[in-house]
Ligand binder design. Structure first.
Ligand SMILES: [Mn+2]
Length: 377
């Protein structure tokens, strides 16, 4: 039995584009500590083989601190073998991090765009792989090739894209996988992790990224781990996803039709928070939708104060001021005329026009009433 951990797309040193630059630094630290937590798991569970399917670094140029952290973590586990297939974000190049860094003897890095393999006799494993040597790869180098020794546990470590046959990032089709003859294809590139599945006799999986970098990478992130066995009964695997991410992004859409004050909206958001167990590890974005009363001025600060502790809270207001607007519709004063003028845009405009008209109505009503839209806390 061989104990495996399959990871990819750590994107160490990725620039986090957050509004607060100090928070970006915290998030880069989160990413490094997720990596260290994963290495701790490798140690505690006596993992034999760590498969890193590319984009370990966010670019071929990374900070010295991060490189030395990685080297130190790998050195601390001399009995574990680390195999790396450089991806499109950390290609193997002459001046790049893989070429320039002195890694310990237990680290094996593919350096050619053609298929090659490394034999681990003590584990009865052959790991095949290749390297991106630039930011693109038009075709995968393993189609038509078969593993040489069928008695081995044959693994392909591959950064590549199964989402499109014309991808610039090493396209891999389900047919390529089914025909490959490998026991397990450890993939990297797609950041949403999936449990291992089979095409033909070949099992394959993306572990997803290690730590979400923005709202498009929501949810807990981690790696796949488990064991491989190959004997007279053939190849068997047992893999599960383990969380290593320090924090998670979460995105919620909430219909708040009928709401007439911020407290009601805060209560509705609180319910979502409790239901999903969001807490101080969560960067939550809520998009509000639906029709609210024209008088309601949605205020993020007022709402946020009523929510239980989150790591960060972001609010997008896509509501329209069309709930219970009969009084306004028939208002004989300038307010009614103003509303009537904006109504076609509010009801039938494009999303952009509706947003603009909603804003115009809210600001306009404030101006007519002589209240300040900024000062409504
Ligand atoms: Mn990639």
């Amino acid at each position: 039995m061989v104990k495996i951990l399959h990871t990819a797309d750590m994107h160490l040193d990725a620039p986090f584009t957050l509004e607060d630059p100090s928070l970006s630094e915290v998030r880069r630290g989160d990413l490094r500590s997720a990596f260290s937590a994963m290495m701790m798991y490798v140690k505690d569970n006596s993992i034999d083989l760590v498969l890193i399917a590319g984009d370990m670094f966010d670019s071929e140029f990374v900070s010295k601190e991060t490189v030395s952290l990685v080297v130190k973590e790998f050195s601390k586990l001399p009995d574990c073998k680390f195999v790396i297939s450089p991806g499109n974000h950390d290609p193997y190049t002459a001046g790049g991090v893989y070429k320039k860094t002195e890694f310990p003897d237990n680290v094996f890095i593919f350096s050619e765009p053609s298929l090659s393999y490394i034999s681990f006799d003590d584990l009865n494993v052959d790991v095949y792989g290749y390297a991106f040597t630039s930011s693109t790869m038009e075709r995968n180098p393993f189609t038509g090739r078969k593993p040489l020794n069928p008695n081995r546990i044959n693994i392909l470590l591959a950064h590549g894209d199964t989402s499109s046959p014309i991808s610039k990032y090493c396209p891999i089709t389900e047919n390529d996988i089914a025909e490959s003859g490998f026991d397990y294809i450890a993939l990297g590139h797609i950041h949403t992790g999936k449990e291992p599945t089979k095409a033909g006799e070949t099992c394959y999986a993306y572990p997803g990224c290690l730590e979400g970098r923005d709202y498009s990478e929501a949810g807990h992130k981690g790696a796949l781990t488990g064991s491989f066995i190959k004997d007279e009964n053939g190849f068997r695997y047992n893999m599960k996803a383990i969380r290593f991410s320090r924090r998670r992004y979460a995105v919620e859409r909430l219909n708040v039709t009928g709401s007439s004050n911020n407290d009601e909206i805060a209560e509705a958001i609180s319910k979502v928070i409790v239901k999903n167990g969001y807490g101080d590890d969560t960067l939550l974005r809520v998009t509000l939708e639906g029709n609210v009363t024209p008088e309601l001025k949605i205020n993020k600060k007022v709402i946020e104060r009523q929510l239980r502790d989150l790591y960060t809270f972001d609010l997008i207001d896509n509501t329209l001021p069309l709930y219970d607007c009969e009084a306004l519709k028939y208002d004989p004063t300038i307010k009614g005329a103003f509303f009537e003028a904006l109504l076609p845009m509010l009801e039938k405009g494009t999303a952009e026009e509706r947003e603009l008209a909603a804003m115009a109505l809210r600001y306009g009503l404030c101006a007519i009433d002589g209240t300040d839209i900024i000062d409504f806390e």
